[in-house]
Each structure stands twice: as C-alpha cells, then as structure tokens.
Ligand binder design. Structure first.
Ligand code: HEC
Ligand code: HEC
Length: 422
C-alpha cells in the first residue's frame, strides 16, 4: 500500500516537471518567429588581396564566438559559440567553463603546463617536438581522414595544419581515449558540419596569433607556404557554403534528426548511429538509448539520484528528455557533468520529439551496423568482442574509417609497438 502511495507521488512529480518544461516550451514557441527572422550567416566572401590583418582578426573573432563581445555574452550567462564552434571545446577566457582541450590562449595565472604559454608561442614549440617527427612518419602517405601529410615547418603553418588535419599532431593527453594520443577528438574544420572555407580558417588563425601581440601575425603567408599556392586564387575556387542561421539556433519539428544534431552540436560530443555527422564525438556516451535508457533508470546510481530529488524519469523517453533538458539531473557513470546546459532554451516540443524518436530507435545492433562502439570509459564495456588484432598501426591508419577508432584502439592496447610514440 505504502509503495503505491510513493509511486503516486513520483507520478505527480513527473507531471509537474512536464508541465514546467512544457510551459517553458510554450514561452519559446511564442518567441520563435523573432529568432527565425534573423538573417542567415553565409560564408564570408572577402577579397583577400585587400584585407588588413586587423580585418581578418575581427572576422576570426566573429567566427569563433559569433560575436565581437564574447566577454559581455559570458557575463550575461550566454555561450559565445560561433560557427567555428571552437569554444565548445577550447577555453578562451577564465570566465568560460570548458577545458577539455588545450587552452588556445595565454592564461598565465593558471598552473597547468599547457596554459603557461599562448597558442601562438606554443605553436612554435610543437613543430620542434620529437613527437611531431613521429606523426610525420605515421602519416607519410596521408592522414586517413583529411588526406594531409604533416609538414608544418613554422608555428604559423602548425596552426593552419591543426585546422585542416587535427590528427596530424595530437597533443599528448588529449587524444581519444585508448588511441595512445594518435586520434584527435577535434573535428576537421574545413569539412562538414563546421565547414569553414580557406579564408575563414586564415581569419581564425589570425585571431589566435594576434590576440596577445598583433606583430605575431603570419596567418596568410603561413597558409600560402603550407599549401604552396596563393590564398587569393584558392578563395576564387571555393564553393558557396550552406547558409547557417545566425542568432540562437532552435530545433524545429520540420527538421530531420540529422539537421537537429548538426545544429545543436550534439555530434561534437556524442557518436550516434544513423547520423552521418556524429561518428567521432568522444566527450559523452555513445547514444544508443533504445539499449541504454532503460538500463540507466534501473541502475542503483539513477535510483540514488531519484532519491536525492535530482532525477525524475520513469520511462526511457522521459530519461532521454531529462538528459537533454536537464543534463545535471543524472551523470552517467564514467563521465563528468560536461554537457551543455542550455538546450532547454533551444528546442520546440516537436523538434525534441524528432530527436528523441531517433535516439530511442538506436540500440547496440544499430551501433554495430554503423561501425560504432562505446568509449573506453563507459561502464558497460564494448558492445561486441574486439575484432582480431590488427597487424600494424599502419594498416589501422590507412584502412579504418573514422568512428571505428575506439573499437580498434582496444585491440591496440597491448601492442606497444603501435607507432611507437614516446
Ligand atoms: C570537439 C572539440 C573541439 C572543437 C570543436 C575544436 N577543437 Fe581544437 N582541439 C581539440 C582537442 C581535443 C585538441 C587536442 C588534440 C589535438 O592536438 O588535436 C585540439 C587541438 C587544437 C589545436 C592545437 C593545439 C596545440 O596546443 O597544439 C589548435 C590550434 C586548435 N585545436 C584550434 C581549434 C580551433 C581554431 C577550433 C575552431 C575552429 C577548434 N580547435 C575546434 C578539440 C576541439
Ligand atoms: C559539450 C559536450 C556535449 C554536448 C554538445 C552534448 N552532450 Fe549529451 N552528454 C555529454 C556528457 C559528458 C554526458 C554524460 C554526462 C551526463 O550524464 O550528463 C552526456 C549525456 C547525454 C545523454 C545520456 C546518455 C545515456 O546513455 O545515458 C543523452 C541522451 C545526451 N547526452 C544527449 C545529447 C543530445 C541530444 C545533445 C544535443 C542536443 C547532446 N547530448 C549534446 C556531453 C555533451
């Protein structure tokens, strides 16, 4: 009897929670037309032969932060994330809470080694590191995802290379788990979904170089040395880039799951079967909620969160909605509370439905079919037994499509000869 009463209270709580969320949605639905009225932000078309370094720096700032006043945005509790999406992973300001990756800026007051020098200063050191030579050997025939061969000779060229080929050099300690720091979680910046064009990448690098000292600017020359051609001539060949909306993006019911995942940047942190852009994310769990959600709700950890009053879901669907709308309600074991917190302001009810329908339809079989597996830090372990060991690192580097990295890396674990990075 007493049990039933308890269940009744929970049902009531969930209902209350739904009503709260639905009313937030209702408020946003009213607000939507204004957001949708914003002009789309197309690729910057500029005449590179005529721009000053300061123009490029300013354009880079806009691409990185989506604003020329990122500090003001932070002060207002907004996330300054522009179409380059760098701040999703990189920390540019003390005020910004996200440092999963090497800080791209001078934060000389912080103790960690990586933060002692600015990105501009650090870039010069990178190309002299013995590990850089190892990456040159590893990718002598072209890095598998980008086709580039590491060949930066100066700091400026290194920064350019980092955007086009994150795997060409992976900072120690920041590679995908289990890959011995040979695979970067960073997306290739000139490929979808970020898809910056050459001049935009030069402007982003201009911003990084000029942030501390405007005299350090080499971005355009560095690009031209690195690629052995004129930036102006290359700019002419560039295909027009898909329009991306400016202003706060909102997920709509008229969009596909793929579009919503792209727009909301879920792919930067999660692998998701059936979503072509979401094959490399490694900050959050593999999203196979058809398998995971019900397991989570039954777990002792989730029950503890319910008891503590933070978590409230009783069905897989509620669990997924709660994970997106209130990521801190429950932290998946093996992870930290690293998910973006403002999605509750960015979904319409129908947009959320489209995404939840997709996530709940994904299970372990779908992941395998898509060549995806759980991360090394997920408590459940690999979905299937690792495949037969690969002979050499080279075979791995050449033949394996992205997204299989985690799975392969497990079989690499005990082959210490793999690439031999020290
Ligand atoms: C999904 C997360 C993610 C996003 C988005 C991202 N990066 Fe990175 N980036 C990383 C990680 C992790 C590393 C360290 C591993 C490596 O060396 O690739 C890194 C490394 C770098 C490096 C080399 C740092 C060094 O000290 O050698 C540069 C430069 C860089 N990123 C620039 C950018 C810029 C500019 C953007 C936006 C256009 C960006 N990143 C977007 C995750 C990301
Ligand atoms: C900046 C990284 C990041 C982004 C962006 C992000 N997530 Fe997450 N997500 C995480 C992390 C880390 C966790 C695990 C910690 C936790 O439970 O909050 C997580 C957990 C989840 C879970 C629970 C998974 C499980 O198996 O229990 C779901 C569902 C989820 N995210 C969906 C999404 C969706 C949908 C988006 C895009 C709208 C998204 N996430 C964007 C980092 C991210």
């Amino acid at each position: 009897m007493a049990k039933k009463k308890g269940a009744g209270i929970i049902v009531f709580k969930v209902a209350l929670w739904y009503i709260t969320i639905l009313s937030i949605f209702a408020a946003y639905t009213n607000w939507l037309p204004q957001i949708r009225g914003d002009a789309p932000e197309a690729a910057e078309a500029i005449d590179v032969s005529n721009v000053t370094p300061e123009d490029l720096q300013s354009m880079g700032e806009q691409i990185i932060f989506g604003s020329h006043d990122p500090l003001g945005m932070l002060a207002r509790g907004e996330g300054p994330i522009g179409k380059g999406q760098c701040p999703l992973c990189h920390r540019f300001f003390m005020e910004q809470k996200a440092d999963r990756c090497p800080n791209l800026i001078a934060l000389k007051t912080e103790p960690q080694k990586l933060l002692q020098v600015s990105e501009e200063e650090r870039s010069h050191e990178r190309v002299k590191e013995p590990r850089y030579e190892e990456f040159k050997k590893l990718h002598a025939n072209g890095e598998k995802n980008s086709g580039h061969i590491p060949h930066a000779e100066t700091g400026g060229q290194y920064l350019i290379e980092s955007e086009y080929c994150p795997n060409c050099f992976v900072v120690e300690g920041f590679g995908l788990k289990g890959t011995n720091d040979t695979e970067s979680p960073m997306p290739i910046i000139d490929k979808p979904p970020i898809l910056l064009v050459d001049t935009e990448i030069v402007s982003v690098v201009s911003f990084l170089q000029m942030r501390d000292d405007a005299s350090k600017w080499t971005a355009k020359d560095s690009w031209e040395e690195y690629f052995g051609k004129d930036l102006a001539s290359a700019a002419g060949d560039e295909e027009p880039v898909e329009e991306k909306p400016a202003g706060p993006p909102v997920a709509l019911g008229s969009e596909t799951a793929e579009e919503i995942v792209t727009k909301m940047t879920c792919y930067a942190c999660h692998k998701i079967p059936g979503i072509s852009v979401a094959k490399t994310g490694a900050i959050g769990p593999l999203l196979i909620e058809g398998s995971s959600a019900k397991r989570r709700i039954k777990s002792p950890e989730y029950k503890a969160a319910m008891k503590a009053g933070t978590a409230h879901a009783t069905t897989p669907r509620e669990y997924i909605i709660e994970s997106i709308m209130d990521p801190s309600a429950f932290i998946v074991p093996g992870f930290v509370d690293d998910m973006l917190k403002d999605f509750r302001h960015k979904f319409t009810v129908s947009g959320l439905d489209v995404l939840v329908d997709h996530l709940i339809a994904q299970d372990e079989a779908a992941a395998i079919a898509d060549g995806l597996d759980r991360l090394a830090n997920e408590k459940e372990g690999p979905i299937k037994k690792p495949e037969a060991k690969l002979e050499t690192g080279e075979a791995f580097a050449k033949n394996k499509p992205l997204g299989e990295g985690v799975q392969i890396s497990r079989s690499m674990k005990d082959s210490s000869t793999f690439i031999g990075l020290n």
